[in-house]
Design a protein around this ligand. Structure first.
Ligand code: CA
Length: 403
């Protein structure tokens, strides 16, 4: 972890630098308060600051106050390190906005413990921020969904399910007919016109400036995990948004949420098609939109060889859709063998065991959920607790981790 050290006294600076390096931290040294403040209030600030009281440019307490007033998205954790040891000095330092106060000369063991406290606080703050960001995205998406639903009311009669096919379930998750049927039902749900669907002989090259909406569909009887991608240009996203909702998107998040919603309704359409053949399906509770060239993390990994691609025409726009099936993704595992991003294929505990499930089917396992399930197993000594899950494909994992 990077630590910003603001200290103007060369010997003290050397001691702190050596101490931090030996304790596994990466010190960034400054001897001027004003310059240090510029870094500390930027997005590139180290998450932790060790701050002297008396400094040229801007003193320690003023730097703390200025940092509070600047309200950066994530405020660095500040340990004030000073030779002022009076109780009123400690109080003044903390009141100025420092998170902790250590007197000079510091004790190595104590300082290491205080850095560990700081690391825990920083980690916690980052987790909260991540959850807030997720909530923000979800809120925007929920508002958009209410808008879509209210526009749909008059149109529900348009969506007519295809007649059940007599086809015997085969090893392929979805046939061309299934796909055509699913799209016929689902695209009008977004008040959009499906002009045509055409299977491609092979997957055309993907343009990295285009956007992909991803979701996955799991069909129980075939034990397949199928990744679904709907790909279009930024211009197409905006055009279809406007066509569907009768207004332009206010920002990119809105048009990306709309695109993710398209992937979700197509996924639901595929599940309904599977259900008409007596199969059961699960849609994971996640869909994502991302640029195909994912930026610094690199491009999308190549799609598996058995990927089926379709050219769709929706409201006169060309869209590419791909389905990549990964067979035998269904597993039964004990909580300790769960992995992050596993998807529950049935509620847990199952319906026959409890009327109030802890997790619904389609729930996406996070490290925190897995921990909770392992603790529960230990508490109740339920050694034979097992969960039915789908293990995500490499593509699903890549998208979840990079978008
Ligand atoms: Ca000083």
């Amino acid at each position: 972890m990077r630590v910003l050290v603001v200290e103007d006294e060369p010997t003290a600076q050397r001691v702190i630098k050596m101490f931090l390096e030996r304790s596994g931290y990466e010190p960034v040294l400054f001897d001027d308060g004003q310059k240090a403040f510029e870094l500390a209030s930027s997005a590139d600030s180290p998450p932790l600051i060790i701050l002297d009281w008396m400094l040229p440019g801007m003193d320690g307490p003023s730097l703390c106050k200025a940092l509070r007033a600047a309200k950066p998205k994530i405020r660095p954790y500040v340990i004030m390190l000073s030779s002022k040891t009076g109780k009123e000095d400690v109080a003044a330092g903390l009141d100025a906005g420092a998170d902790d106060y250590v007197s000079k000369p510091f004790n190595i063991g104590e300082m290491q413990a205080r850095l560990r406290v700081a690391c825990r606080a920083i980690q916690f703050q980052h987790e909260i921020q991540r959850q807030l960001d997720d909530n923000d995205r979800l809120n925007q998406r929920n508002n958009l969904l209410s808008e879509i639903i209210s526009k749909q009311r008059e149109q529900i009669a348009l969506a007519v399910a295809p007649a059940p096919s007599s086809e015997v379930p085969d090893s392929d998750a979805f046939s061309h007919e299934d796909v055509r049927g699913a799209l016929t039902v689902s695209v009008p749900e977004l008040r959009l016109q499906l002009d045509g669907v055409c299977p491609c002989e092979s997957v055309p090259p993907l343009d990295p400036v285009f956007y992909g909406a991803w979701n996955a569909v799991m069909v129980a009887s075939t034990k397949h995990w199928t990744d679904l991608l709907v790909i279009g240009s930024g211009e197409t996203l905006g055009y279809l948004f406007e066509k569907s909702l009768g207004r332009a998107p206010v920002n990119m998040v809105e048009s990306q949420s709309f695109w993710a919603e398209l992937a979700r309704v197509v996924g639901l359409g595929l599940i309904r098609t599977a259900e008409l053949k007596g199969r059961t399906g699960v849609l994971p509770m996640m869909s994502r939109t991302f640029p195909l060239g994912l930026g610094p993390q690199g491009n999308l990994p190549p799609l598996p060889a058995q990927t089926q691609a379709y050219e769709l025409s929706i409201a006169g726009r060309q869209i590419l859709m791909t389905l990549s099936a990964q067979p035998e993704a269904a597993l039964t595992v004990a909580p300790k063998h769960l992995r992050e991003l596993d998807i529950l294929s049935e509620a847990f505990p199952p319906n026959f065991a409890s009327s109030i499930p802890l997790f619904k089917e389609g729930a996406v396992m996070t490290d925190r959920f897995i921990e909770k399930l392992i603790c529960r197993e230990q508490d109740l000594q339920e050694e034979d607790t097992v969960l039915r899950v789908y293990r995500p494909s490499p593509l699903a994992k890549f998208i979840q981790r990079n978008s």
